[in-house]
Design a protein around this ligand. Sequence first.
Ligand code: ZN
Length: 242
Amino acid sequence: MRKNGRIHVPEETRAKLFLWCARHCCFCAKACTTNIEIHHIDEDPSNNDEDNLIPVCFDCHGELARYNPEHTKGSKYRNLEIKKRRDQIYDLYTLPYLRQVEIKISKYLHHVQDSTGQPKERHLGDISCTVRTLSQDIPIRLRLRIEPYPDNQRLKVDLGDLYSGIALWNLNPSQIVFGHFKLPISAETKPFLFRVVIFWSIVDVLDREHEMLPFSYVWGDPKGDWWFDPRTIGNNQLKPTK
Ligand SMILES: [Zn+2]
């Protein structure tokens, strides 16, 4: 296979990756200070995709590229293993910057009360999505993608950038956002059964994205509210695959 020419890893990417591992080798985990370099996992020096890069010490860099397929002794480091090992090291040094949010789906405007003191209901089909950051100290950003399933069938509908995993939500410590999105729901919809699957990740102050497990909210009784369901349906990722 013909290899492409080397393209320098952009300065911004280098800075990010070195911060994510605090200049520790992402293979043997030793502290490196200046004795660290960036290895291209697929060995294509023009592929500077973040997922293709791993900061390693000089010893490990030699080790990763050394395996000789002609002499099949031992076990080659496979790309999947290398990436998972790297992510373990990134987690070690970035998890201290991870802060959680609470995401709640409801038909109510919980912060607005009617004359009887009950929370006000939104119009049918206008769904509340309340996001509350549990951080008391540092800001985070949220990537959120909502997939609607009326009667368990995937509905392709544009919910806007903030609910399609495209735009990030800037969230400051202790912030609460009363968001909403629209779904084609009327009182006549039969069967009256809706699910939204919520895919989400948190981007920390070092720009590292931590993907969380998806979950659902379900609504089956127009008089009741949406309820939390830890299950999902479908088999989709947060980000569309390339
Ligand atoms: Zn090393």
